[in-house]
Design a protein around this ligand. Structure first.
Ligand SMILES: Nc1ncnc2c1ncn2[C@@H]1O[C@H](COP(=O)(O)OP(=O)(O)OP(=O)(O)O)[C@@H](O)[C@H]1O
Ligand SMILES: [Mg+2]
Length: 587
């Protein structure tokens, strides 16, 4: 078995499959969308009615000298535009509402899926690209689902109604308008294809922009100390320019499609004019019908123009939807079995465990076997890259073993429900992750059912209270930018308080004090000892002073256990541990 999840079942691809899938998100709101469609029908009907009004006006005023036209026509115009306004509003508002709803649902699903993605998959992703999918791509999908679909329906309807009206008035003339359809259809197909290609590029470059910006914001200290502003600026400019260039191709294609459509339409119109003027001379066509026909025929090209224009956003939405669905189809983290556990005793066993991140990189752990009794403290030491952190991350199943098994209380960790397993393990590591929230909420991170008194006790025991005492808001002081305003030791104490409150039977300390100087390490060490009391603890540390007191020490080298024993035994045996220990003293 490999650490990378199996590829998801092959999904039907292609623009139509994606569009059908997008429509599924809109299905719950189809009623609201239909109100919008009613608006579109009303809107299109008023257009044909306008042409009809022009014909009536000409007929009544010039040919019949009907005085009632004085009131009927202006009144008709007002009523017509009132109806048109209502249709216009409905055809934009209701689909717009549906679009925002779809975007929300899609974001919800995508974010919920991010939380369930396997660690091995997330390791390979760029967080900027994931962010841009959540923000930018979903926005494009909504634009396709609303603006584009509205235009698609409304303008198609407009063309159908107007052409229908033209046929009704004079079918021979109307045939000329139909002649323009094939070249325009061909043009739309060509435009669609190029739009889709450019949109994929635009999305990638947008992901690059987000990624570079995110990295620069996260690494602001590093950039300052290396005077790397110009270097980072250049990286950003590169992504920014790539984005502009891809966008310009889209702008070019859509700017070009407009005049071409107009040109084709004008040729059809020229044909109509040629034939109709001949008919007028032959007295086959009355003035009012001619004018009404012309008015309706002139209303068609703007619809066609919008129809061709719509393919940009539509194709962008499809391309964006494709990349969003690709991520949604990525397999979830593998759930465990059905075994439930409330509180484990804390016995851990590695039974002939081998592990590899990927087959190219090869085994990171090979045939690792050892047992930890409940409440015991076992230290894992070894050179950098020997596999210590990897070993620890197999316990809460950040990754699953390739062969062998990790057991908790005698059962394979994969048998437990994942949530139950993870609630048995606390992890305190070198990089403390804090959220933009109050100190209190950072300590009580997802601590359901913990009382204020318990939170306060954890904060006190981890000596968090000591440094919040001089802050007016105490524990409720908000952390600025994920705790950048705290010292390393203070941040570590918050994470210790968090682990104290979680109170799980198994504790993993991965270089918990590595980032601290000797003075604060000594102080944090006291709080760590308190945290370790009564728990099964795996301690990983470079500084061997912190592991000397462990019940047992396991020495890893290139993924294999090379020595085990107490500090004294290992020093006496003169092996790798003794060598590492000797190196420490010589520093
Ligand atoms: N997420 C990952 N994806 C792929 N390979 C990884 C990953 N994490 C670690 N590795 C590789 O696995 C090996 C063991 O790494 P690991 O982090 O377990 O070492 P370590 O003993 O904890 O080292 P250190 O003392 O420096 O923390 C290394 O060769 C490393 O390159
Ligand atoms: Mg490590």
């Amino acid at each position: 078995m490999n650490a990378t999840p199996a590829a998801p079942a092959a999904q039907a691809r292609g623009p139509w499959a994606v569009y059908r899938r997008l429509l599924r998100y809109a299905r719950p709101y189809v009623g609201v969308y239909l109100i919008g469609v009613a608006g579109m029908i009303l809107y299109s009907a008023t257009e044909a009615a306008l042409a009809y009004l022009i014909q009536q006006f000409t007929h009544g005023t010039f040919l019949q000298h009907d005085r009632s036209m004085l009131w009927k026509i202006p009144g008709g115009v007002v009523v017509l535009f009132l109806l048109r306004g209502i249709g216009d509003f409905g055809s934009n508002y209701f689909p717009g509402w549906v679009g925002r709803q779809v975007i929300k649902d899609l974001r919800h699903e995508l974010f919920a899926h991010y939380l369930r993605l396997p660690t091995a998959f997330l390791d390979r992703q760029q967080s900027g690209a994931l962010l841009s999918k959540l923000t930018y791509n979903t926005e494009l999908v909504a634009a396709a689902a609303t603006n584009a679909s509205v235009s698609l329906i409304r303008d198609s309807l407009g063309v159908v109604v107007l052409v229908g009206y033209l046929f009704y008035m004079n079918w021979q003339l109307a045939l000329f308008c139909i002649a323009a359809a094939p070249p325009i259809g061909w043009l739309m197909r060509v435009a669609n294809r190029s739009f889709r290609r450019y949109s994929a590029r635009i999305q990638n470059s947008m992901a690059d922009i987000t990624r570079v910006a995110k990295e620069a914001i996260d690494a602001h200290r590093l950039i300052k100390i290396f005077n790397a502003e110009a270097h980072q600026g250049a990286r950003f400019d590169h992504a920014n320019e790539a984005n502009r260039r891809s966008n310009m191709k889209l702008v070019f294609a859509s700017a070009l499609s407009n005049p071409v459509v107009q040109l084709i339409a004008s040729m059809a119109l020229a044909g109509v004019l040629f034939v109709s003027i001949r008919q007028v001379f032959a007295h086959g066509l009355s003035f009012d019908v001619f004018l009404g026909f012309l008015a309706a025929a002139m209303m068609v090209p703007p619809h066609l123009r919008r129809l061709v224009n719509v393919s940009g956003p539509l194709q962008q939405g499809i391309a964006a939807g494709e990349s969003v669905f690709e991520l949604i189809d990525e397999a979830d983290e593998r759930e465990g079995g059905a075994r439930r556990i409330d509180r484990a005793r804390g016995e851990i066993e590695f039974r002939d465990v081998s592990f590899e991140y990927s087959s190219e990189k090869g085994a990171v752990l090979s045939a690792v076997s050892f047992k930890v009794r409940a409440g015991e403290t076992v230290a894992i030491v070894g050179r950098s890259g020997s596999g210590k952190s990897t070993l620890a991350s197999l316990v809460p199943r950040f990754y699953d073993v390739s062969t062998g098994a990790v057991l908790l209380d005698g059962h394979d960790v994969r048998e437990y429900r994942l949530a139950d397993l993870r609630s048995q393990v606390s992890l305190v590591s070198q990089d403390v992750v804090l959220f933009n929230d109050t100190i209190r909420n950072n300590i009580a991170f997802n601590a359901v059912g913990k009382t204020d008194a318990e939170i306060l006790e954890a904060a006190r025991a981890a000596n968090v209270l000591e440094f919040v005492a001089n802050q007016p808001q105490g524990l409720d002081a908000p952390l600025a930018d994920r705790g950048q305003n705290l010292s390393g030791g203070q941040r570590q104490r918050i994470s210790i308080a968090r682990a104290l409150l979680k109170n799980s039977p198994v504790l993993i300390l991965d270089e918990a004090t590595a980032a601290l100087d000797n003075e604060s390490e000594r102080r944090v060490q006291q709080e760590l000892s308190l945290l370790m009391r009564g728990r099964t603890t795996l301690v990983i540390a470079h500084r061997l002073s912190t592991v000397e007191s462990a019940d047992r020490i396991i020495v890893l080298d290139r993924g294999r256990i090379v020595e085990t024993g107490t500090h004294r035994q290992l020093v006496a045996s003169g092996g790798l541990y003794a060598a590492l220990h000797g190196m420490q003293f010589s520093v």
